[in-house]
Design a protein around this ligand. Structure first.
Ligand SMILES: [Zn+2]
Length: 127
């Protein structure tokens, strides 16, 4: 995280200048309900209206607890980026054909069926 005071104070994701000050700590959260605090170490972070959280202090990569918090921030950022509309659209475009592609493929299939039928009829007449 950049703590350079000359950098803009707005959210680098959405540009908002409004944040919520929150305190984060590491927990085990159980699927059947309940939670357990894993560490007494907590982090103050500003959370933007868009959901992006930034630590209010510089995280040191060699500090294991800082590294853990940074990993959580990075995981949240990757999830945010995956759920961005442009990313979702790009993934869908890779997985599915468009209507125009589908119609073109249907036309090709029809042409191939007609060609196959003609060949079959011609071969049938020769024998
Ligand atoms: Zn934001």
């Amino acid at each position: 995280m950049d703590t350079n005071k000359s950098q803009p104070r707005c959210c680098e994701v959405c540009g908002s200048t409004h944040f919520h000050l929150a305190r984060f700590a590491e927990y085990d959260v159980f699927s059947n309900g309940g939670y357990r605090l894993l560490s007494n170490e907590s982090y103050e972070a500003v959370v933007c209206l868009c959901g992006r959280a930034r630590s209010t202090r510089k995280l040191l990569p060699r500090n294991a607890v800082d590294k853990s918090f940074q990993a959580s921030q990075n995981a949240a950022q990757r999830r945010y980026e995956q759920m961005a509309p442009d990313e979702v659209r790009a993934r869908l475009e890779q997985a599915f054909v468009t209507r125009s592609e589908f119609e073109r493929l249907c036309q090709q299939m029809t042409s191939l069926e007609m060609a196959l039928r003609q060949v079959s009829q011609r071969d049938g007449k020769q024998t």
